[in-house]
Design a binder for this molecule. Structure first.
Ligand code: SAH
Length: 227
């Protein structure tokens, strides 16, 4: 069972996503627990403010350390955490091997930034790992936190219906996934490769592997070179 606590200034952004599909099922089955915390509940300010002007001037607000520290301290008093993660465009790039490694954790905290980001002292003293979902800048850490959470939850044993399914996804073996087809076998005279209809398991397996290799070379030469 993996537990993920997400700290956010805009928790509503995560509501609908959490209550759908695979994530909802994982939680109902007790395979995962995802809690979203409103940082404003931990503000001591009477206006429940979370941000303030940057020292030294310049445009953009900065998230204050106190509400974040209070929320993390409260969570840590309830249980121990493997990692306290900050989603950040300059963090370590998320990829499948990193998701695989992190999926073994029991409890993690994910902090979502906003505005110009968080007071640097949060990153220095409270955060154990910083993760980026790609080399572009989004306006908040909620979507990045959702991306990371999804990548971790679908790797939990029992979450996907067919347990081998996550293993055959792209990147798991350094290859992208082969093409897949479903009924009808013929549509507008576009037909499904014969081998898939043959029922011959060994031939199907070999065909899929060949397709994976070919596609990896064509689409992701960076992976094919073993980088
Ligand atoms: N001024 C910051 C960007 C702030 S963007 C900088 O230049 O680095 C606001 C918040 O969105 C960040 O605090 C972070 O939590 C989130 N965010 C934006 N892009 C992201 C990315 N590619 N990966 C992870 N988090 C990101």
């Amino acid at each position: 069972m993996m537990r993920i606590d997400i700290l956010s200034a805009v928790p509503r952004l995560l509501d609908s996503w959490l209550n759908e599909s695979i994530l909802e099922r994982a939680q109902k089955k007790g395979l995962a627990e995802i809690r979203v915390h409103d940082l404003r509940d931990h503000s001591t300010d009477k206006h429940r403010r979370l941000d303030d002007y940057a020292f030294g001037g310049g445009a953009g607000m900065v998230m204050m350390i106190e509400p974040i520290d209070r929320c993390i301290t409260w969570l840590k008093s309830e249980r121990s955490y493997d990692e306290v993660i900050y989603m950040s465009p300059d963090g370590e790039l998320l990829d499948q091997p990193l998701a695989n490694r992190m999926s073994a954790h029991r409890n993690i905290i994910i902090l979502c930034g906003h505005y110009k980001g968080v007071d640097e002292r949060v990153r220095e003293h409270l955060i154990t790992r910083e993760i980026s979902i790609g080399n572009y800048v989004l306006s908040g850490g909620e979507i990045p936190a959702a991306v990371l959470t999804d990548a971790l939850i679908r790797l939990q044993p029992g979450v996907l219906n067919d347990e081998t399914s996550a293993l055959s996804d792209s990147f798991q073996d350094g290859l992208v996934a082969p093409p897949v087809y479903t009924r009808p076998a013929e549509y507008n005279r576009w037909s499904v490769p014969e081998v898939l209809l043959s029922g011959h398991e060994a031939r199907i397996h070999a065909w899929r592997h060949e397709q994976s290799l070919e596609r990896t070379r064509a689409r992701r030469p960076d992976m094919a070179e073993g980088e």
